[in-house]
Design a protein around this ligand. Structure first.
Ligand code: 2DE
Ligand code: MG
Ligand code: MG
Ligand code: MG
Ligand code: MG
Length: 314
């Protein structure tokens, strides 16, 4: 998966990620078979496990304590799983990683319960004696930001958005959790506050780039390759960066255009290519920061991951 990374590091990373999967399974156990089934389904989706990967990589810049890091990474992934389950409800998405989304398979009610359950577990599993209370607060803060930016997105539906507001949405709904994933991984491994913050900022910049690419992938007509319902954002009234750029320079800011007209405008004004430029800019910022990190194998792995995220096709 990661080019330019030694097989040893790849292997070590896989071992840790497998532990993360097991930990998620362990902590999401419920007496209630309905919940278990859903959680197992979500684990079976075989997600990219990006946030746990970032937490683990980041933790290697300090004193790596496997048990502690794995549990933290599992908690973050469970929080992410919860947001995706709820996200598919709100976005009416039927497909997630080429499988039926939770809401589509079990209905919206069960999906709300399962998401809430996972959210709650993700926080309660981090025992206050082992983990810094400040990190719980940072995690809670990230949830707050996710919710607020989803609201901003909701209120901007079918409306023109400035690039600034778009970035506000993207920062909150995606970059905030990427940032905590890296910050907490470092900080729990006794990295200095300065280094932890630096890693957190890398997470933030990678998160912004990641969501811009996600928004670009929504324009793909190869749903099978992307693995989730595409061509969904315009339908739902989410006018993301490609449309925003397509509109720049045009006086008309009230978008009473049909989906087909918007698609044409995006094509005519190179909305996708322009959006890609901004994703690249954020990735470059992350690269610059990565450059300043202490040398080591995990620095290389981080670089390779940043590149893979920018070039990804799904
Ligand atoms: C992904 O954006 C956004 C994720 C945040 C969703 C958060 C919700 C509320 P996308 P894709 C719904 C918070 C829920 C909690 C705290 C449990 O572009 O394309 O919709 O993968 O992602 O569907
Ligand atoms: Mg969605
Ligand atoms: Mg969404
Ligand atoms: Mg999307
Ligand atoms: Mg996504």
């Amino acid at each position: 998966q990661l080019n330019h990374v030694t097989p040893e590091i790849q292997q070590a990373l896989q071992v840790e990620l497998e532990k993360v999967r097991q930990t998620i399974q362990h902590f999401s156990k419920s007496k209630f078979s309905g919940i278990k089934e859903i959680v197992n389904d979500v684990i079976d989706l075989n997600g990219k496990m990006l946030r746990p990967t970032l937490t683990i990589l980041s933790a290697h810049f300090g004193e790596y304590d496997s048990e502690k890091v794995v549990k933290l990474a599992a908690s973050i992934e469970m929080l992410h799983m919860a947001t995706l389950i709820h996200d598919d409800i709100i976005d009416d998405s039927k497909l997630r990683r080429n499988k039926e989304s939770t809401q589509s398979k079990y209905g919206k009610d069960m999906a709300v319960y399962a998401g809430d359950y996972l959210l709650s577990k993700s926080l309660s599993m981090l025992n206050g004696k082992e983990y810094d209370a400040d990190h719980m607060i940072k995690l809670a803060k990230a949830i707050e930001l996710i919710c607020e930016s989803e609201l901003l997105q909701f209120h901007s539906k079918f409306k023109y958005m400035t690039v600034k507001n778009y970035l506000r949405v993207v920062s909150g709904k995606t970059a905030a959790l990427f940032a905590v994933s890296m910050y907490a991984g470092a900080s729990e491994s006794n990295c200095s506050e300065g280094l932890s913050k630096q890693l957190g900022k890398i997470g933030y910049e990678l998160g912004v780039a990641f969501q811009i690419i996600d928004d670009i992938l929504d324009y793909s007509d190869d749903q099978e390759l992307v693995g989730k319902s595409t061509r969904n954002d315009l339908k739902k009234g989410y006018y993301t960066l490609p449309v925003i750029y397509a509109f720049q320079g045009e006086s008309e800011k009230v978008l009473n255009h049909s989906e087909a007209e918007l698609m044409k405008l995006v094509e005519k004004n190179n909305g996708i290519e322009k959006a890609r430029v901004l994703a690249r800019k954020y990735t470059k910022r992350a690269f610059k920061r990565i450059d300043s990190l202490p040398e080591g194998n995990y620095k290389e792995a981080l670089e390779s991951l940043a590149k893979a995220l920018l070039d990804r096709k799904y």
